[in-house]
Design a protein around this ligand. Sequence first.
Ligand code: FNR
Length: 348
Amino acid sequence: MDRWLNSLEETARQALAVPLFRYLSQGARDGTTASEAHAAWAEFRLLPHVLRDVTEIDTRTTVLGTELTCPVAVAPTTLQRAVHPDGELAMARATAATGSLVVVSSNAGTPFADIGATGADWWLQVYLSADRTLSEPLLASAVAAGAKALVLTVDTPVVGTKYDGAGPTVWETTDPAILRVNAEPDLSEAPGAEKATDLGPHDIGWLAETTGLPVVVKGVLRPDDARRCVQAGAAGIWVSNHGGRQLDRSVSTAAALAPVAEAVGSEAEVYVDGGVRSGLDVVTALSLGARAVFLGRLPLYALVGGESAVQRMLTDLQDELVDALRLSGCRHLGDTRGLAVRGPLTGL
Ligand code: FNR
């Protein structure tokens, strides 16, 4: 039996133009963090329970009050309409069909109103501009289209350097009409439109007040930063290194998760992304303190096959999670606490 999920990256590599696939898959600088992300989850081993009734497995949870059938959701990524003409719409419909949730990039190529009209549960990811007020029209249109939360990405004061080698870059080959369509009016050339390099905890409160929505902070790796976010009113802490696309050599999210979750306690929800590719990765993340995990590249690679392929990807992952939970003696997600132990060969 072959694992279909394993074929998605290679299928995408073959189907997509070279600059586009390179953009999706690449990491910053030497690609060290990007290449370590998945292996870091397999640094853990699982200590399963036995003699427990695992006839019925319950994978349901909530994120900021929204019900999910399974604690797996879709992270924000750009260029979805370059991967497939249906882009964000396919992603939203697939998450709606599977009872998941999608986070929409502020650079999305689909109007927020169209995403909202799919009926999907969605959050908006934002980068704030140096002049915060220039972000307000985008925020207002997301609120109007039914975004349920805001995800403030804080690991990108500047875009991490990536090496493209020979040939055109993705930006030279992509139709600008499928980028940032929600920036209305287009203020990208206005003074102060560049990404803010002075983000601080006060921006969390500002965002919450401006929109009336809960704010999740994405890109936290340190417990002390997580505490600052919680004290500033963050509803969620999202452990992420941006898929290894920002600071190369930053620690894996698998390593960063447990200390952050411990520092946050029950004061906010904790999520994680980065290299999650299987049900075993998900169960490990849950055990280390994540309430839900997010996927970046996996749904992008699946999107090559459109909505049905994204749906299958999410369903397969859920099936793998059920299998991992059953074999671990866990009926509910909360039973996973203490399941993951560090070090493949070190025992206890
Ligand atoms: C991203 N990511 C990202 N994050 C964000 O906050 N806003 C964005 O617009 C994007 N865009 C984006 C494009 C592409 C092509 C990739 C691969 C990633 C980061 C993303 O949300 C997530 O943190 C990582 O992708 C998670 O790692 P995996 O699942 O890709 O290993």
